[in-house]
Design a protein around this ligand. Sequence first.
Ligand SMILES: *Cc1c(COP(=O)(O)O)cnc(C)c1O
Length: 387
Amino acid sequence: MAEEFIPYSRQEIGEKDIAAVEELLRSNFLTQGPAGPAFEKAFAERHGVAHAVAVSNATAALHLGCRALGVGPGSRVWTSPNSFVASANCALYLGASVDFVDIDPVSRNMSIPALAAKLEAADRSGTLPTVVIPVDFSGLPCDLADLRSLADRYNFKILEDASHATGASYKGAPIGAAYADATVFSFHAVKIVTTAEGGMITTPNEALAEKLRLLRSHGVTRDENLMAHPSEGGWYYEQVALGWNYRLTDIQSALGLSQLQRVDTWRDLRARHADRYDRLLDSGPFKLPIREADKVSAWHLYAVELTAEANIGRAELFAAMREANIGVNVHYMPIHCQPYYADLGFARQDFPNAVRYYEQALSIPLFPAMTEAEQDRVVETMMALAI
Ligand SMILES: *Cc1c(COP(=O)(O)O)cnc(C)c1O
C-alpha cells in the first residue's frame, strides 16, 4: 500500500483563521473596509517599517513597485535568474528591458561581486539599471548592506523580492524594514503566511507608499491634497494617474492578520526542521543550504544539490521520490532559460552558476506541522536512492 503523500509545502490554517474569516463574512465590508488597513498596520509594526501596502498578489506588488520607483519604457531592471518568472516579468510589463546577475553558488542569491562588476561595466557604457530586484531565495536574506552601498554609489533603487522571506531577518532587523527602497512579500498558498492569493509592499518612504496606494486602485484618489481641482461634493474623486485594480479583499486581509500572529512560531519550527535535515543528510551526497551569522532565514524552502558522488541523477531522484509519494520540487529553472526569455536573446550559458545549481537542485518537503516521522521518511527514501 502506498504511503501517504507528503507535500513540499502546506498551508497552516487553524481554527482562529477560520473564525476570523467567518467574522469578516458576517461584517459589512468584503473589500475596502477596515480589515485591509488593520492588516497593513499590523504587518508594518511587525516588520519595524513605517508603511505596508497590501495588494492582490506579489506579482502585482512587483509591477507596482517597479512603476512607483520610476521604471518605464527604456529603463533597465536587473534581477536574479534563480527566481520565479514574476521577478523579471514586472519590468517587461512597463516596457523596460530585463537583465540578470548570476548567483553565488553557496548562498544561491545574487552574487555581489558579479553585480559590482556588471555595474562598473554599465557605468562605463551609460547603461546603469533604474531598479535592481534581489531575491531572498528560499528565505535566506541577500547581502543587503552591500546592495545598499552599491545602490548609493550607482544611483539605482532596490526592490527586494522577499516572497520567500516573511519572518526572516538581517543584522537583527526584520526583512522589509531597511536597506531596500521597497520590499515585496507573497501570501500565495505555498508561501509562509497565506491569504490564498495576496501580497504586500513595505517601504520606509511615505511618498512612495502614497504612490503605491494610488496606483493600486486605478490612480483614483479622494485625497484633496492629490487632486487637480477643488472637490465638487461628497461624491467627488479624481483619477490623477493610470493605475490598476490590485487591491486585496477584506476577507483575505482578515485571514492575513490572523496568520501573521504565528509568523515567529512558524519560522522557529521551520528552522528546527531545517537543522534536523542538516544532521540527517550530512553523510549523504548532497550540498546543503548554508547558514550565515548575520542572517535568519525564513526557511520557505530546503533545497539540496546532488554532488558528483551521488549514485543517481537529479531527474531520476525527483521521479523516484514522487513515486514514493514525496512531493519534492525544483526551484528554479533559471528565468533566462525560459523559452520566452531565450527568444529575447538570452543564452543558457549567460549565467552558468544559476544553470549549474538548477541541474542538481531538489527542494524537499518543509512546513511547520511536518512530523519527525514524515521527515525520517523523506530522508531514508532519499538516502537509499542516492548512496
Ligand atoms: C511566489 C513568488 C512570486 C509571485 O508571487 P504571487 O503572490 O504568486 O504573485 C514572486 N517572486 C518569487 C520569488 C516567488 O516565489
